[in-house]
Ligand binder design. Structure first.
Ligand SMILES: [Mg+2]
Length: 114
């Protein structure tokens, strides 16, 4: 699998389509209930957190200076994002619309600092 994608040039639609194809090519849909994907998202978030467990706040900024740790953390970020994209596909929720709507709610709840 050779996907060349960068944040600056990749849309969420492209990522969601790539994830949909990845799942379909492996016939994984029967296992991907919203319940399982939500649990998978939490598990991947925990795997991400594991890289920061027991280190101090300041060190959590510099841990990615180690190339192997940076790669491992990037892998877990990708796992979290993958589960999120997968879940938004299965639930047919437009992630961009959901993010924009929630940011608008949060802007009301938390006005800018003056
Ligand atoms: Mg993982």
């Amino acid at each position: 699998l050779d996907l060349r994608m960068a944040d600056a040039t990749t849309t969420l639609a492209e990522l969601k389509l790539a994830m949909r194809r990845f799942v379909a090519e492996r016939h994984w849909e029967p296992y991907h209930s919203p319940k399982n994907l939500a649990m998978g998202l939490a598990v991947e978030a925990a795997e991400l957190m594991e890289h920061f467990l027991w280190i101090e706040g300041a060190e959590s900024y510099t841990v990615v200076q180690d190339a192997a740790k940076r790669q491992a953390i990037a892998d877990e970020l990708a796992d979290v994002a993958g589960q999120l994209l997968n879940l938004s596909n299965v639930l047919d929720i437009d992630l961009s619309e959901a993010i924009a709507a929630k940011m608008a709610k949060n802007a009301q709840k938390y006005p800018p600092a003056s």
